[in-house]
Each structure stands twice: as C-alpha cells, then as structure tokens.
Design a protein around this ligand. Structure first.
Ligand code: NAI
Length: 359
C-alpha cells in the first residue's frame, strides 16, 4: 500500500530539534513504523503543480497524510486521478484543503486529529489580541531600530479590559478563547455559532450568545474568527461585513485566511476602519512574497500582527497530532472504527456539523 505524506521541510531546525515531528525530516515519527509493516511510504514537501511529488504519487496512494501548515490542496480534479485513495488524514485540525464534497462523491474518508492543537491556537488568539490592542508590534520594532518614542506607540495602545470581544464559531477553539478571556474583565464576551453549546458548557462561561453575525459585528471591539473554512464561510469577512463593524475594531483570524477577503482587509486597515488585523493563516500557503497582508499597515504605520502559520504547530501540538495521525492510520490498517470526533466525512457524507449547515 502506498502512503503519501505531505509535510513542510524543516531544514536545519528539524535536524537540531527532533520534536519538530511535522516535518519531512522527522516524518511525524511514523515512517519507520509504516515501512516496517511493508508499506511504500513517500514523504515530500513538493506539492504545487502537475509535476509535483504530490500529483505524481497521489495517483496510486491509498492513504494521504497532509497538514494544514503546508497544505497539499486536494482538488476534485486531482481526486479524480487518485484511483486508490481511501483515507485522507489531516495531521492537525482543519481539512478545508481537501475538497470535501468531492471526497464524498468518491467515498473517501477524511479524518483529522480533533482537539490536538486547540489549546495552542486559543493561546495564540489571546496573544494576538493583546499584541494588537496594546500596539505591541511597532513598540518592539521601534526598540530594534534604536528609537524611543512613547507617544507614537501610546497613541494607539489600549487595554483589553472593558472591551466587547466576540468569537465567530464557538467550538473547541472559540470556547477555549472565551474561557481564557474571563480574567481580563472584558465588558462583554459574545459568541455566534449555529451550533449550541451543551448547557453545562454554556453555563460555565460568562458569555452571551448572539442571534446573528450582524449583531456580533455591531457590538464588538475585538472579533476573533474560530470557525472552519467551508462554502458559507469563504469570504465571510468581506467589505460589506466590515462596514457593519465598529470603526477601530481589531480582527484576529487564526482559523483560515480565505474566510477573510484579501483586499477588503487591506483596504479597511489602510483606511483605519480596522485598527488591527492579526493571525497566522493565509488564503494560500506558503504566502507568496508579495502577499499584501505581509506589509499592510494602518494610517499610523501599525495594526499588522501577521505571522506564518504556526499557532497549531507548537512542539506540544506536534506530539499530539503525530500520535493522533498514527492512531487514525492504525485504525484504518486494522479495520478498527475511528474515533467519531475525528471523522469529517465518511461513506459519502459529512460526519461533523462543523463544516456548514446541511440537511
Ligand atoms: P470545531 O469543529 O470544534 O468548532 C468549529 C465551530 O465553528 C463549530 O461549533 C461550528 O458550528 C462553527 N461554525 C461553522 N461554520 C460557522 C459559521 N458560518 N458561523 C459561525 N460558526 C460556525 O473546530 P475547532 O477545533 O474549534 O477549529 C476551528 C478551526 O480553526 C479549524 O477548522 C481550523 O480551520 C482552524 N484551526 C487553525 C489552526 C492554526 O494553526 N491556525 C489549528 C487548528 C485549527
């Protein structure tokens, strides 16, 4: 059986740090195990274009392992050529790089390691929120540039205390963000999701569910995006949506880049309607060198807190999603049932409610 594994290349860092499991060098720690079982295992970071390793080996692979950090985009067209493909495993959380409707058509199972990096992301959301609201990035850049101008930083620096903060999506990550916000004494914590929380979970956080996204837009000083990318969230944060937000809103997106419209974000930041935009996810990854989110800035030269996609790939998270990937493959190889929480699509249908409301 052929197992195709697409990971990012870790170079020297991966040689020096064996805990960087999600790299082509350290192979999620599963290469020797799979080879020992007699499987043909291909590990590569070469994923773009018709001559890539990805497209060459997908034609006869039975299992594809990909990671959201360096996504092998499995389109319907590529899937048509993947005649043996039965199982796609996302080493991490978020399987939007796979055309899930096409996977259903081909009866391919898509599974991810649910929960493996949700704390890692929730922590990053809180950090990014503070970095933006407190205007940290230019404050640090100033120091590195041998300057000292307190007023220039303080003119756009606020406290998180007393602000209205809301999450779009209140699943594993959104909920953990709200939990972590409690001690900051925000004015209000809001959430919007079409899925309700279990009663005890709702009671355990001091947050209010809003009925519509427009209400969340209108009330929040800070908005954090924590829903998956699917048909109805692609481009959800566009120019129209931004118009409904308060002037000076801070926007944090660690979910998926394509949930936000690329140029609408740039325009709103440059005009000052958005005071800051931060996150680690891009509408194409790796982000091209000229992607406008790299250098966009607000009127005072600040408001950009973008990084490469790494919030869910801390070393702690890598240990968890590497182990989870092994378990999913082991279940498959031995005909054992998958943990239902990990299954996104199977047997031609969605197994989760998280990727859009469907009949
Ligand atoms: P989850 O499945 O536990 O929760 C997602 C929630 O979003 C669900 O409650 C669902 O009902 C809700 N939702 C879906 N569409 C919505 C919409 N249109 N409006 C409002 N709510 C909507 O997923 P989890 O673990 O919280 O992860 C969420 C997403 O975060 C992932 O799908 C992934 O895209 C992203 N992520 C990013 C990482 C990173 O490293 N930056 C790492 C892990 C996840």
């Amino acid at each position: 059986m052929k197992v195709l594994i697409i990971l990012y290349s870790g170079g020297q860092a991966a040689q020096e740090q064996p805990k960087l499991l999600g790299t082509t060098e350290n192979k999620l720690g599963i290469y020797d195990w799979l080879k020992g079982l007699g499987h043909d295992v291909v590990v590569t970071d070469d994923k773009e274009g018709p001559n890539s390793d990805f497209q060459k080996h997908i034609v006869d692979a039975e299992i594809l392992v990909t990671t959201p950090f360096h996504p092998g985009y499995l389109t319907a067209e590529i899937m048509d050529k993947a005649k043996n493909l039965k199982l796609c495993v996302t080493a991490g959380v978020g399987s939007d790089h796979i055309d899930l409707n096409a996977a259903n058509k081909h009866k391919i199972t898509v599974a991810e390691v649910s929960g493996s990096n949700v704390v890692s992301v929730a922590e990053q959301v809180i950090m990014t929120m503070l970095v933006l609201v407190r205007n940290f990035v230019p404050a640090h850049e100033q120091i590195v540039a041998h300057k000292w101008n307190v007023a220039q930083i303080a003119r756009d620096a606020y406290d998180l205390e007393g602000k209205v903060v809301g999450t779009i999506g209140c699943g594993r990550i959104g909920y953990r963000v709200l939990q972590r916000l409690e001690p900051f004494n925000c004015k209000e914590l809001l959430w919007f999701d079409y899925t309700d929380l279990p009663a005890d979970a709702a009671k355990a956080i001091n947050a209010t569910r809003v009925a519509t996204l427009d209400e969340l837009f209108a009330r929040c000083d800070v908005i954090t995006v924590n829903c998956p990318l699917h048909e109805s969230t692609r481009g959800l944060i566009n120019a129209d949506a931004i118009k409904k937000m308060k002037k000076g809103v801070w926007l944090i997106n660690t979910a998926r880049g394509a949930i936000c419209d690329r140029m609408a974000i740039v325009d709103a930041l440059e005009s000052g309607h958005i005071a800051g935009y931060g996150g680690d996810v891009w509408d194409v990854q790796p982000a091209p060198a000229d992607h406008p989110w790299r250098n966009m800035r607000g009127p005072n030269g600040n408001g950009n807190a973008m990084t490469a996609h790494y919030s869910g790939t801390t070393l702690d998270a890598q240990a968890r999603y590497a182990k989870g990937t092994e378990e999913i493959i082991d279940n498959y190889l031995n005909g054992k049932p998958q943990n239902p929480a990990n299954v996104i699509v199977a047997d031609g249908k969605y197994a989760t409610h998280a990727y859009g409301q469907r009949k």
